[in-house]
Write a protein that binds this ligand. Structure first.
Ligand code: 1HA
Length: 270
């Protein structure tokens, strides 16, 4: 597969192939643990994915075949967060999680090797997860002095159920790909050498579908769980659709033409 570089970064790779963008953490020496800079770069790439019309689906992954992501880089964990060059302690992965959920395009986690800690939460918040047979999943927070009580707990519980989610966090065990499939944590398991071609095949299938229908569905799934923020997303899409209508355009045109709007010609559906 030929991936074309979209933008150069220090800690991630950002590439494109036939409607699919791939954001890949490029720190295999630490199992793709993230620093504030890694996350900042992922947020920037994700913004580009949102704004670029040619991109219909986003793949999130890690380089090297041994890890998707091992969570926050513990060597830069400081007093109150993870510390980058600007010396400010940050938990900016929480912003990235929200962005993965709110980008109006499907995001697919392509997981080889470790998806652990904050790295596990990243795959959990993706719309779909495809795992290689060597994938290993788990949370480590209570072992290393951390926890993610946001999507990492509540959304995980929606995905695998309350009992299983509590087991995952309270015991900090690691689960293989088949166990993850059995508990509904991933959508499919394939041999490592077929991981990318399978993920791309799923993405291509998605790309054949109506982008507006996918957008509405994603925000509908979110709305049920995300409270007012979820309703805002779904309602924003309703506004987008309304703006496309002649009825809404009549309101804007009347204002600009300094006349009374005439909405009488528009149907009042039962
Ligand atoms: O919980 C949060 C947050 C919650 C709320 C808000 C924001 C949050 C942000 C982040 C997080 C977290 O991510 S907390 C959880 C952090 N991650 C972990 O606790 C996982 C740490 N890693 C491991 O447990 C293991 O490395 C492993 C089970 C994934 C793999 O074990 P393995 O195969 O034995 O490899 P290992 O030798 O441990 O790792 C290879 C190299 O990668 C080691 O470096 P080396 O000795 O070769 O110099 C290892 O230190 C490094 N490494 C792995 N994971 C991390 C790491 N270095 C820094 N940070 C890591 N997370």
């Amino acid at each position: 597969m030929k991936w074309e570089t979209l933008k150069e970064y220090k800690e991630i790779l950002f590439t494109f192939h036939e409607g699919i963008a791939k954001i890949s953490i490029n720190r295999p020496q630490v199992h793709n643990a993230f620093t504030p800079l890694t996350v900042k770069e992922m947020i920037d790439a994700m913004n580009i994915c949102r704004d670029t019309e040619e991109i219909g689906v986003v793949i999130l992954t890690g380089e090297g075949g041994k890890a998707f992501c091992s969570g926050g880089d513990q060597s830069v964990r400081g007093h109150g967060g993870y510390v980058g060059e600007d010396t400010v302690p940050r938990l900016n992965v929480l912003d990235l999680q929200k962005q993965i959920r709110s980008i109006p395009k499907p995001v697919v986690a392509m997981v080889a090797g470790w998806a652990i800690g904050g790295g596990h939460v990243l795959h959990v918040v993706c719309d779909l997860s495809i795992a290689a047979e060597n994938a290993r999943f788990g949370q480590t927070g209570p072992n290393v002095g951390s926890f993610d009580g946001g999507f990492g707990a509540s959304y995980l519980a929606r995905v695998v159920g309350q009992k299983k989610a509590r087991e995952i966090w309270f015991l900090c065990d690691q689960y293989n790909a088949q166990e993850a499939l059995d508990m509904g944590l991933v959508n499919k398991v394939v041999p490592l050498e077929q991981l990318e071609e399978t993920t791309v095949a799923w993405c291509k299938k998605i790309l054949e579908k109506s982008p507006l229908a996918l957008r509405m569905l994603k925000s509908s799934f979110n709305a049920e769980l995300d409270g007012q923020a979820g309703i805002q997303e779904l309602a924003g899409n309703a506004t987008l659709l309304y703006y496309l209508s002649d009825e809404a355009k009549e309101g804007k045109n009347a204002f600009l033409e300094k006349r009374k709007p005439d909405f009488s010609k528009f149907p009042k559906f039962p």
